[in-house]
Design a protein around this ligand. Sequence first.
Ligand code: SF4
Ligand code: SF4
Length: 385
Amino acid sequence: MSEQTSAEQTGSEQTGPGAPKGIFSKDLLDACISCGFCLPACPTYALTGQEQSSPRGRITLMRLLETGDLAPDDATLAEEASLCLGCRACETVCPAGVQYGHLLEEWRDEQWSGLKRPWIVRPLLLVANRKWVLRILGLVRRSARKRSGATGQPTLMLGCFERGLFPSVSRGIAALDPDLAVDPDQGCCGALHAHNGELEQGRDLARKLGERLPGTIVTTSGGCAAHLADVIGRERVVEASEWLLKKSTGIGTETDTNTDTNTDTNTDAAPAQRPLCVGLQDSCHLRNGLGVWKEPRELLGRTATYVELPSAGSCCGAAGTYALVRKKESRAILAKKIAEIEAADLDLVIAVNPGCLRQLQTGLRKSKSRTKAVHIVDYLRGPKV
Ligand code: SF4
Ligand code: SF4
């Protein structure tokens, strides 16, 4: 998206009642032709059946906010700004190329500014803002260690909460690709900020990360990949499955076929000595924002019996902070997903984003499922060495 501010694009010469407020970029808001093609793709429209909970309905609300016909404290505005998953499924079916994800970022920048931000999000942003906290988190949880990597090779992005929640992922990709450089002093990419009402801070953090890590950056988080690519350029960002597919000519050979699992949280997951039956949960931003969906399927198809879940491309309800801010709706979306996984009788369901992984693990544990959720890097790494 252009770095031009929304106020500049809105046209500041207009004043008085009905004049644009400068909350949204004019070209983004004007792009919608209200055709409604996006409605069937929207999970929250499916949940409520209400026009206001659809992409088209929300864009109408944004326009009313922009013209001042709805006050910023309007209850419907507040409700819909938080009910939206931000999954960007609407973008993939839109004939007008509406960049809904960017509109939502601008909306929340207004709607969730300062004290209007959901209280539960605030401590997360504080943690992500502090590099020294992330550094300690990585040390305590033993994420990948510092190393220089091979000349001209990418650097690994460690992520914020992945360092604390799933440290085996960074260790795993560092083991799979010994040429990757690791810099433990890197900060947050700012995706969390950009999606939760701190848009400029989110972009600033991404720019700083791009300056700190030279050349190509490999990330194990689909959500972070999309945000980082948006700010520093797609050519500098590679998601883990893209990278491993490009590098890993060995993956999928007979001796490499996975018959066991390896994660810090999966020790008894699968019956050994037979190819695993695995499914995938896409990362919404990776699939809908960066168009990466074939690569993880290719890797899984080479190493196991791959089963395409009917809703693999739809949101699991994690959606960044959504599972914290909108618990009821998040659980409703997850329940359908878990039922689908159970019906497929999978050994493993693979995630390409730490938030999705956390969400699936929680749902599968609560339903006492035999299926385990695993990050694709942990899965591909295979048994621990
Ligand atoms: S967002 Fe796109 S698909 Fe949806 S109503 Fe607007 S133009 Fe149509
Ligand atoms: S981002 Fe997802 S939940 Fe929000 S309007 Fe688009 S499809 Fe619906």
